[in-house]
Design a protein around this ligand. Structure first.
Ligand SMILES: Cc1ncc(COP(=O)(O)OP(=O)(O)O)c(N)n1
Ligand code: TZP
Ligand code: MG
Length: 553
């Protein structure tokens, strides 16, 4: 059994029975073992059972149409999954003759062929997530749902393809009722664009972000566990704003609107990338965020591609992104619980105690640190890079994320998992543009305003402090527990407390019990000590004792 933090579901037992209240699905749950699949609780990872000799390969099955121009459909799904490091099998529902000018022909495959393809893949290969695209007939939807009853998977991602980007109809209005009544209630996430959202909701007009929120809610009422209404076509917004709704909270996911003709296949790619991240074990919100960033990055990188003579060209899913999914990268995406015990190194302290950076990092991990940051404020760049590379290796062996303080160049050069920047360091949006969609970005915030900006700029977490006075960072204003609470309450991303935290006060910090507060970051409490592993272990044990119910106020 290979265990990621926050594991919840044991793979062979994914076919668990859920009450209709838990699943929001009608028709399946009362059949017990026929329940479609295990559900991923929001913001938790899937458990992926594994044995060390037989490492599990994340696997997405796409059920969609073929695009001869290879910008969208099955071809886009294959490329997106490959770019995200996930195996992708295919069930082809239709073969379209398509190029950058539009759709010239559509041949729908026989229902028998689709059923046979589904059986071949699902009966033999362990599929984690099914993603659907073009489903051109009502019977095909029913065949798919029957197959999923027989061969349950972990998650179903539904991209309700109806019209191609060129405006050609790929699934007629007659199928809408089947989407609403049969397919959506089974989906873990549905990802319609504005036209599809409008069609699913009987032709309503969508002109503002507020309209999108209401639409997301109405779609959620049809049964999917999560809804992502994509606002790429929203005329009134200068950014690309998508609305994510999980039945409880709304998230406005913004990215810059990239000026490019090469956008054909973005919908298929986004849905496949969400499926790929889910297959790797990510939570739904993390999967959506990473997928959105990935699409933004590939569109940016592919601006100069020139394929075909039509209005809408394809983009390159793999171009220039290969390094970020190289074999050595962590498979797992960042989770809030990674911030539980954050060990931040200090060059002066290492020198004082005669330790190398690598020894300091090894000892902190041994003691239970859940994330490590190299904060080396002095020394030669070349020497630092060599140490950073060695620390990356150590951390990867233990599946612990390693971040670099301030130095984006070093983070890229050693392929660290991320960067931590302060308010006067490189701006978060610039860091994101440089490091790509996968890397973790942390940002220091002392105020609610900074916290909201951090989220908007694409940070993954906030370091908030100094909570208590500290000698480690000169001229650093102390915000106290009240300041920390204000940042946590305003934040839309996880927060780690920092500054003067030690064995004597860590409990008090965690017992604030405030939403978003995920852990503590420490420098001197572990590194300005003789035995780093022992001090880290003591702190770890103390934090474990102080896990409390989190409150919103
Ligand atoms: C987890 C964490 N939080 C805050 C900081 C401080 O970063 P910054 O404000 O950039 O200050 P320096 O660390 O660069 O002095 C941090 N490093 N880590
Ligand atoms: C880097 C940093 N940012 C805010 S306070 C601080 C120093 C934390 O060090 P210590 O844990 O020794 O107080
Ligand atoms: Mg800094």
């Amino acid at each position: 059994m290979f265990t990621f933090p926050n594991f919840l579901i044991d793979y062979p037992q994914i076919c668990t029975t859920f009450s209709s209240k838990q699943t929001g699905r009608q028709g399946f749950d009362q059949f017990g073992a026929l329940t479609l699949k295990a559900i991923m609780p929001e913001e938790k990872s899937l458990t992926i059972t594994n044995d060390s000799n037989n490492k599990k390969t994340p696997h997405v099955l796409t059920v969609a149409g073929s695009d001869s121009g290879a910008g969208a459909g099955i071809q886009a799904d294959l490329k997106a999954c490959a770019a995200r490091g996930v195996y992708c099998s295919t069930v082809i529902t239709a073969v379209t003759a398509q190029n950058t000018l539009g759709v010239q022909d559509v041949s729908i495959l026989s229902e028998e062929s689709v059923a046979a393809q589904l059986k071949s893949v699902l009966s033999d290969m362990r599929v984690d997530v099914v993603k659907t695209g073009m489903l051109p007939s009502i019977t095909m939807v029913k065949i798919l749902l029957d197959s999923l009853k027989q061969y349950p998977v972990q998650a179903l991602v539904v991209d309700p393809v109806m019209v191609s980007t060129s405006g050609d109809v790929l699934a007629g209005p007659s199928i809408l009722d089947t989407f609403r009544k049969d397919l959506l209630p089974m989906a873990d996430i549905v990802t319609p664009n504005l036209k599809e959202t409008s069609a699913l909701l009987g032709g309503i007009q969508l002109e503002t972000i507020s309209d999108m929120r209401s639409a997301a809610k109405s779609l959620h009422d049809m049964g999917p566990r999560n809804v992502l209404v994509k606002g790429g076509d929203l005329p009134s917004s200068s950014d690309a704003v998508d609305i994510f709704f999980n039945g409880k909270d709304f998230y406005e996911l913004r990215s810059s609107r990239i000026q490019t003709r090469n956008t054909h296949g973005t919908g298929c790619t986004l849905a496949s990338c969400i499926a790929a991240e889910l297959a790797k074990g990510s939570s739904m919100l993390s999967a959506v965020k990473v997928a959105k960033r990935y699409v933004e990055s590939v569109l940016e990188y592919s601006k100069s591609i020139n394929i075909g003579n039509g209005a809408q060209g394809p983009f390159d899913h793999g171009l220039k992104l290969k390094r970020s999914v190289c074999n050595s990268s962590r498979m797992q995406v960042f989770e809030p619980s990674d911030l539980f015990l954050y060990a931040v190194t200090d060059s002066k302290m290492n020198k004082k105690w005669g330790r190398s950076i690598t020894d300091a990092v090894k000892a902190a991990i041994e003691g239970g640190a859940t994330i490590v940051q190299l904060r080396e404020k002095e020394g030669e760049t070349g020497e630092f890079l060599e140490s950073a590379k060695a620390c990356v290796e150590i951390c990867r062996l233990h599946n612990i994320p390693l971040l670099i303080n301030d130095r984006v160049d070093i983070a890229l050069a050693c392929d660290a998992d991320g960067v931590h920047v302060g308010q006067s360091d490189m701006p978060v949006a610039t860091v994101r543009a440089l490091v790509g969609p996968d890397k973790i970005i942390g940002v220091s915030c002392k105020t609610p305003e900074q916290a909201l900006k951090a989220w908007g700029d694409g940070a993954d977490y906030i370091g908030s402090g100094g909570v208590f006075p500290t000698n480690t960072k000169a001229n650093n204003r102390t915000i106290g527990l009240d300041g920390l609470r204000d940042v946590c309450l305003a934040s839309k991303i996880p927060v780690v407390a920092i500054g003067g935290i030690n064995l004597g006060n860590a409990k008090e910090v965690m017992e604030l019990g405030v939403v978003n507060l995920e852990g503590v970051a420490v420098v001197s409490a572990v590194f300005d000590r003789e035995c780093v592993a022992e001090e880290t272990r003591k702190l770890h044990d103390l934090l474990k004792e102080s896990v409390v119910e989190k409150v919103m106020v």
